[in-house]
Design a protein around this ligand. Structure first.
Ligand code: NAD
Ligand code: MG
Length: 396
């Protein structure tokens, strides 16, 4: 029996890589549904190639255009629109696996639908977990879903951990996430205010969507990943560490109580964690190149406290601030950052002001302790609107 796969956000960087992996194993996977926000042309091509039963677009106009083109081409994919359709696909009874590759908190509803209907949930959409936090993990547990991390660091950690989660707290001293340092690791700190969106989106090691590329340049991506690791692996903030490793060969590490460190390595290619998530507990071909030790450059490491790194990456420490602040703070931080990154990409604020918006929101937002996911979704919306107001109040 083929496994039926839904890809939420199939036109993005993770979505395209997932289709590439699936296409290498047509005997194992059937593409059941593909979804996208606005890119009609690419979703059309994907539907023609993979013949999914359903395709979903965010707006009804885009859906109508896609539907028309598919009919004209003789492709029988049924087209739907809107967030309810994403939820319907993620929880469809015939579906085995859901790749959550929408960017931002917009993906939370569909992730929860997959979690509550006991799917294998391949989680690339880190913002959904940063917003939902412990309540998200509880939904996974109560729904009987299997959550597999797709973020390369978290896949590396998952691969470096023993199977028996009950023993993690006794055996593990800390989790060490590696960070490439992004495109501005060596750029003069005083020039960061002049960074243009195109420069921030040009990552040295990975080709990714624009939002995560900006997050990698500010290191907010690593802050979100520290929070993600906290919730995924139940590790307290003081047992989470970040080290800069510019070559992106070691994808993260687990340090045990005896000071043995287990690391996962490979070429920087997202098809490796994607294939692992799809084939777990087994392995299958991913399409990624193997490491070549004859040509491999020396691997280097830098402390995040070295040189000017704390000034260069002021957002990184916000992960620990948010994890130690009242519950709900990680949702506030994520909302602030989504608004700030969008404003930077729209040339409304400077690159260095992204951290300013995030810091401001984290320290000024007051809210009651969330009692469930509904409260967090409401907190996310309120934080966005306040972050928007703050963005409008600052000078670029
Ligand atoms: P991307 O911008 O390339 O793609 C995003 C996808 O989501 C697109 O298909 C888009 O159509 C869809 N989308 C965007 N907004 C939407 C909305 N409001 N409603 C419904 N669909 C929407 O992003 P990406 O780089 O593929 O990243 C996706 C997620 O995976 C992010 O959460 C990112 O942090 C995470 N991630 C990405 C990488 C990577 O290498 N690209 C690595 C690790 C984690
Ligand atoms: Mg990552």
């Amino acid at each position: 029996m083929k496994q039926k796969l839904v890809i939420l956000g199939s036109t993005g960087s993770i979505g395209v890589n997932t289709l590439d992996v699936a296409s290498r194993h047509p005997e194992r996977f059937e593409v059941f549904a593909l979804t996208a926000a606005t890119r009609v042309e690419l979703l059309f091509q994907q539907c023609v190639e993979f013949r999914p039963r359903f395709a979903v677009m965010t707006s009804f106009d885009h859906a109508a255009e896609l539907s028309q083109r598919l009919k004209a081409s003789g492709t029988q994919t049924q087209v739907m629109a809107g967030p309810e359709a994403l939820v319907e696909m993620a929880s469809h009874e015939e579906v085995d696996m859901v790749m959550a590759a929408i960017v931002g908190a917009a993906g939370l509803g569909a992730c929860l639908a997959a979690a509550r209907s006991a799917k294998r949930l391949l989680l690339a959409n880190k913002e959904a977990l940063v917003v939902g936090g412990a309540f998200f993990m509880k939904a996974v547990q109560q729904g009987g879903a299997k959550l597999l991390p797709i973020d390369s660091e978290h896949s590396a950690i998952f691969q470096s951990l023993p199977d028996d989660a009950q023993t993690w707290s006794q055996r593990i001293e800390k989790i060490i996430l590696t960070a490439s340092g992004g495109p501005f690791r060596t750029r003069k700190v005083t020039t960061l205010k002049d960074v243009l969106p195109e420069e921030a989106c040009a990552h040295p090691n990975w080709a990714m969507g624009r939002k995560i590329s900006v997050d990698s340049a500010t290191m907010m991506n690593k802050a979100l990943e520290v929070i993600e690791a906290h919730y995924l692996f139940g590790m307290s903030p003081e047992h989470l560490e970040v080290v800069i490793h510019p070559e992106s060969i070691i994808h993260s590490m687990v340090q045990y109580k005896d000071h043995s460190i287990v690391a996962q390595m490979g070429t920087p290619d997202m098809r490796v964690p994607i294939a692992y998530g799809m084939s777990w507990p087994h392995r299958m071909e991913s399409g990624a190149q193997a490491l070549n030790f004859e040509t491999l450059k020396p691997m280097t490491f830098e402390s995040v406290m070295e040189h000017e790194h704390p000034q260069r990456f002021p957002g990184l420490q916000l992960a620990w601030h948010a994890l130690r602040a009242p519950s709900g703070s990680t949702a506030v931080l994520n909302a602030a950052n989504e608004v700030a990154v969008a404003a930077f990409l729209d040339l409304k604020i400077r690159f260095d002001q992204i951290a300013q918006v995030n810091q401001h929101m984290l320290s000024s937002m007051s809210f009651e302790s969330p009692t469930g996911l509904e409260d967090l979704i409401e907190l996310d919306a309120r934080s966005r609107s306040l972050a928007d107001q703050y963005v409008q109040s600052i000078q670029r």
